[in-house]
Design a protein around this ligand. Structure first.
Ligand SMILES: [Zn+2]
Length: 248
């Protein structure tokens, strides 16, 4: 916890936490950004599943919780995150400044507090978190109109991308275009409500810590437009952190 014990492994780490309502387009944008700008993307779900395969004390404890269907506690989540960052930094040739996309993290207040503490302990820094703002009504409409081909997995939207022939998959000709049970109206609304309840305090905390820690984008625009805005932001932030005068 004290500065003298601090190692330097994570001092070149810069975080871009992406926090957005489910189905706001976060997944699409984070994969594009990660691929085109070569930013490692961290999502806690995959990180936990990966470490559970490892024969280490941390791996075994995660494996045990997951196999019992239990939630992994916050200390373990943070240890797994730190481990993932250290491994990623170790594969870099030299200690180069590296921007990490944190996909869907932090998702609640305790995680946000722990992320700030991690930064304090290790010298890692938050560049800015990205909130893709898409109105609740839009997300609900997207979800309830979504249909998925049971045969080939093709995805349609009855309003914006209907199949050429009603009820028939363009790709494979199957007539099994169904709604996922998760996309039912009441489920979508409940999911959005609990998401907002959990993440509003996260955004408020980050913003009070530093107003530049939260950047809101209009996510209700074409994918390419959103991408252009996000990649410009990330590249300018990386330049800012690369300059030796930045002490944030
Ligand atoms: Zn199909």
């Amino acid at each position: 916890m004290n500065a003298s014990a601090q190692d330097k492994t994570l001092q070149q780490v810069v975080f871009f936490p992406f926090i957005s309502r489910p189905s706001a387009g976060k997944g699409t944008q984070t994969s594009l950004l990660s691929e085109r700008l070569s930013l490692p993307r961290i999502d806690m779900g995959s990180l936990l599943r990966d470490i559970a395969k490892e024969d280490s004390p941390l791996g075994r404890s995660v494996q045990e919780r997951l196999s019992q269907g239990q939630l992994v506690n916050l200390d373990t989540v943070m240890a797994v995150l730190k481990d993932g960052l250290e491994k990623a930094m170790a594969t870099r040739q030299s200690q180069t400044l590296t921007g990490f996309i944190l996909d869907g993290f932090p998702r609640n207040l305790p995680q946000a507090e722990s992320l700030l503490a991690l930064c304090q302990d290790t010298g890692a820094r938050i560049a800015t978190s990205v909130y893709l703002d898409v109105p609740v009504e839009t997300i609900v409409e997207r979800a309830v109109n979504r249909r998925i081909c049971q045969h080939c997995g093709a995805i349609y939207n009855l309003k914006s991308k209907p199949p050429a022939t009603e009820g028939i998959c363009d790709v494979c000709g199957s007539d099994q275009l169904l709604q996922r049970s998760d996309d039912a109206l009441d489920k979508v609304e409940a999911r959005l409500r609990s998401f907002d309840e959990e993440t509003e305090p996260v955004l408020a905390l980050l913003q009070s810590e530093n107003p530049s820690f939260v950047t809101r984008f209009n996510g209700h625009q074409p994918v390419d437009t959103v991408y252009a805005e996000l990649s410009a932001l990330i590249q300018s932030q990386m330049k800012r952190f690369a300059s030796p005068s930045v002490t944030v």
